[in-house]
Design a protein around this ligand. Sequence first.
Ligand SMILES: *[C@@H]1O[C@H](CO)[C@@H](O)[C@H](O)[C@H]1NC(C)=O
Ligand SMILES: *[C@@H]1O[C@H](CO)[C@@H](O)[C@H](O)[C@H]1NC(C)=O
Ligand SMILES: *[C@@H]1O[C@H](CO)[C@@H](O)[C@H](O)[C@H]1NC(C)=O
Ligand SMILES: *[C@@H]1O[C@H](CO)[C@@H](O)[C@H](O)[C@H]1NC(C)=O
Length: 744
Amino acid sequence: MLFLLILFLGGPAVLTSGRVWPLYGTPRKTVTLSSYGGHVFQEEGVWNYSTMLLREDMDVLILGARETIFALDLNNITNKKAMVKWEVIPDTQEICSLKGKTKETECQNYIRILHKMSDGRMYVCGTNAFNPTCDYMSYTHGNLSLESKHLEGKGKCPFDPFQRSTSEFVDGELYSATTLNFLGSEPVMMRSLNDSIRTEFSRSWLSEPSFIGMKHVAEGQKNPEGDDDKIYLFFSEAGLEYDSYKKMDVSRVARVCKGDLGGQRTLQKKWTSFLKARLDCPVSQTKLPFLIQDVFLYCPGDWSTCVFYGVFTPQTDMLQYSAVCTYRIQDIRDVFSKSKFKAMDSSSSRWVTYNGDVPEPRPGACINNNARQKKFFKSLDLPDKTLQFVKDKLLMDQAVEPSSKEPLLVKKGAAFTSIVVASTTALDGSIHQVMFIGTASGSVLKAVNYDEETVITEEVQLFAHSVPVKILRLSTTMGQLYAGSDVAAVQMPLSSCDHYTSCMDCVLARDPFCGWDLISNSCVAINSIQPDTHSEVVQSLRDGKASRCPAVESSTTIKFFYPGNMVSLLCEPGSNLAQVQWHVNGHPVENSNVYQIQHNTLLILKASDSDTGHYNCTSVETIKGVDYMTQSATYELRLGDFMTDPSVQPLVQEHQNTLLALKVLVIILTLMLLALVAWNFYKGYFAIPKCFNSDEESQQKTSGCQKPLQTGGRNSAASKACSSNSNNNHNRLSGNQHNGDQVF
Ligand SMILES: *[C@@H]1O[C@H](CO)[C@@H](O)[C@H](O)[C@H]1NC(C)=O
Ligand SMILES: *[C@@H]1O[C@H](CO)[C@@H](O)[C@H](O)[C@H]1NC(C)=O
Ligand SMILES: *[C@@H]1O[C@H](CO)[C@@H](O)[C@H](O)[C@H]1NC(C)=O
Ligand SMILES: *[C@@H]1O[C@H](CO)[C@@H](O)[C@H](O)[C@H]1NC(C)=O
């Protein structure tokens, strides 16, 4: 009971006079995949659809699952063009199960690597019953075929299908980060196929890592200093630089130079350019660092404009926050090229800032014009001093901070699992980045940042709530998003403007893809507007200003009732951010022993003669301090004479049952309220209109005061959120179910 109460008090909604203030962390709309125009692909008996390769050149999505690879039509993934089975041979499976692994699950072939090669074929690897194996694959004349080459997969693909790994294919070479052995205890980042280079097996290089993502940044072609292309690796690992009594994980970014060939004597066949830094995504009120779960590289122009978008989750399950942080490529570069190094102090065995001499050329730097001038043309020419240094001092002292120093979005609820970012041009020509964030509860959130706030325009439910999104891929040419999970793969368009049915709804959505056409009276895709047609389109992204929209019309419904019955009047809020307000004969309706205001209904518990009259419901959405009425419904309630209106009679029994259930509910709620009041008196919280600012999670919960943490916006709603904590608990019990974070 007490636990529940704490949850109530800790909830993010702040209420004044019966209104729940909208939260930026709440998706404005919750929609289904089918209403968004999505498609589902699922093959009987096949699971784990978690590897994808977009082949826009051949109009297919290559989808890797357990023991099977599919080629699906990019326009409609329901349409399977080809498939090929890649099953484990019985002998391999037998060995796997003799080694103690489960035959039906672990000793199967999970496709984990799919890359396009320059000749148009594909490079495929699978776990192959703890015996990772790779192969070439082609898609020709509508046929998907494997060449059965049985290429070595160790160090490319994990043994264990549950272990995370990542890879990238660049200029005929495979870069991979995974584990090298059956036990999964020997982590490696390596380049293979032509000449193999790898990390040193040492805890200072990689310490129980979980590999998340790898991205190639083609810096070489346009770098004024003649610098090389980079391969960036994102992962989390045990943070050895922290002296904590128990293991603490940190997020990292590491990078290597594409032209690295290893050292001549020191670091032979090992990276000479492997440097790593801590990657921060600071979410206030948490002590343990958040851990990266997926990364997306967004480059609007050449390499210097690139930004990495990362999704982060806490390392303990207790906190239900997830965050998105962005990192500018230049900031990451600066850390690797300018920061001091960390070194292990041998006397104390602690990692400390290294303040001694740093050899020239700088350890870990790529070969650039400066190095070439000094006659270092490749990594094999580098002096031993430089290589000895980087062999044990490869951690940067400085951490990589997110752009603008804080997360772009923080949200409570199901953990974020994946992210892709699309950009689109709005009506006024401004360009916006739209984030699509996959969650552990099978949905994708569509979010846009407008200066100081990030709004989540909608949440599209792709899979069942128990099925996490495992992979997201974006096709900008198709304008489609592809997502995979253990049970199915789906496709959805980046926008679906026609599911906004009114001008208010369309404009308040603040979806950069959509605008309301006042002439055709429909919500249209901005990129479909012909420049020379007579259209008059409304879009207001930063302000959500819907004043050009015509006022909503209200129609009156006449309803009869029979005294003693319960009457329910329907009123849909229109969005998760809207507030429903009821008036009876012009007076506002409050929750009482007569009226029960629910999410989308008003209940008159035991209607009597005096309850006749006009009932008006309005649904109001507030954006930037302006109230917009998005819906309105009016009921005229008349006393029914069941002699003349027989439709009233059969309802009596049903209503009495509902009434009984409702009575029980009211008793429960009253008991909870009493306990809450008692507890508050006991704790002395009543009549202390004060806001705690402590970092302590426990105080945070009991104070009812919310730092900007929950709201997703930067610095948004902080003062608003802290202003009225004494109202909080009372209203949490009043049956409003507006935000997804509710305990009920
Ligand atoms: C594959 O999918 C099944 C069925 O949903 C699931 O139980 C299993 O954990 C998945 N395996 C992996 C390696 O993800
Ligand atoms: C997608 O493909 C399936 C199977 O080929 C077909 O039944 C369905 O009508 C298609 N849907 C659309 C919108 O094209
Ligand atoms: C596709 O492969 C099947 C089986 O390998 C073969 O019978 C068929 O002729 C191939 N089709 C084409 C168009 O190559
Ligand atoms: C493979 O390596 C050799 C020399 O080590 C190099 O000449 C060749 O270009 C490389 N091939 C690819 C595809 O990178």
